[in-house]
Design a binder for this molecule. Structure first.
Ligand code: CTP
Ligand code: MG
Length: 228
């Protein structure tokens, strides 16, 4: 089984407040971006990596790829103002394919067994995403007042990677563009097509490094993995 992976890396990291792209911050002495890239560099199922980058960061990222011996990056198209547009620029760079995964460059802790389970689900069913079950009691709140307690057993917190048959994601992106629809993930675009998207259970470790606290959590995950 083979797949191509799209890693949007063209964000600004505003919520991190580091004054630079958070993907260049280091965990255990290695940039977050490299931690993520190494997962796919090592995975034999991964044919090629497509990285959406900012023009101003392309040279620096290129130098990191050389320094860390990342060999599978096939293209580094320019990202857009929105994550969805960054992903779309990578889809254009791929051109055609069978299974495509979209994974936030800011999620370095994804593991190969989950990636494989996801890729197989997309191959069989067309579209699949990873996530975890909601842990806390969930309530719907309006203007500071509880409206209802939502049945938690049906609620999932959605992560990436998300995997699709190439042509399905391509069609969903084209329709979203036509309709000026902006989703927060690729699944939303495919859901609009009326397609079933299947859920694959992942791990609470697969966090997106978003704010400063996540760096502490990230170091802890890496320490534990080295120790075990
Ligand atoms: N991303 C992208 N293009 C954008 C926005 C985001 O490629 N226009 C990428 C980010 O680099 C990141 C992933 O999408 O790997 C998830 O986005 P997020 O965690 O929101 O990162 P940032 O947008 O960089 O952070 P913030 O929203 O805090 O500014
Ligand atoms: Mg963002």
């Amino acid at each position: 089984m083979n797949y191509d992976v799209i890693l949007p890396a063209a964000g600004s990291g505003k919520r991190m407040g580091a004054g630079k792209n958070k993907l260049f911050l280091e965990l255990k002495g290695k940039p977050i971006l490299i931690h993520t890239l190494e997962v796919f560099e090592r995975d034999n199922w991964c044919r090629g990596i497509y990285l959406a980058v900012k023009d101003s960061e392309r040279d620096f990222i290129q130098s990191l790829l050389v320094q860390y011996n990342i060999t599978k990056v096939r293209a580094m198209p320019t990202g857009g103002d929105e994550r969805q547009h960054s992903v779309q620029s990578c889809m254009k760079a791929i051109g055609s394919g069978e299974i495509v995964l979209v994974h936030d460059a800011a999620r370095p802790f994804i593991v190969e067994p989950t990636i494989h389970e996801l890729a197989e689900a997309a191959y069989e069913k067309g579209a699949a995403i990873v996530g975890v079950r909601a842990k806390d009691t969930m309530k719907r709140v309006e203007e500071g007042i509880i409206q209802e307690t939502v049945d938690r057993s049906t609620l999932w917190m959605i992560q990436t990677p998300q995997a699709f048959r190439f042509e399905l994601l391509q069609q969903a992106e084209n329709h979203a563009e036509r309709d000026n629809f902006l989703g927060t993930d690729e699944s939303m675009l495919v859901e609009r097509e009326g397609e079933s998207v299947y859920m694959v259970e992942s791990s609470y470790e697969n966090v997106k490094i978003t704010t400063k606290e996540d760096l502490v959590f990230g170091e802890a995950i890496l320490n534990q993995r080295i120790g075990g």
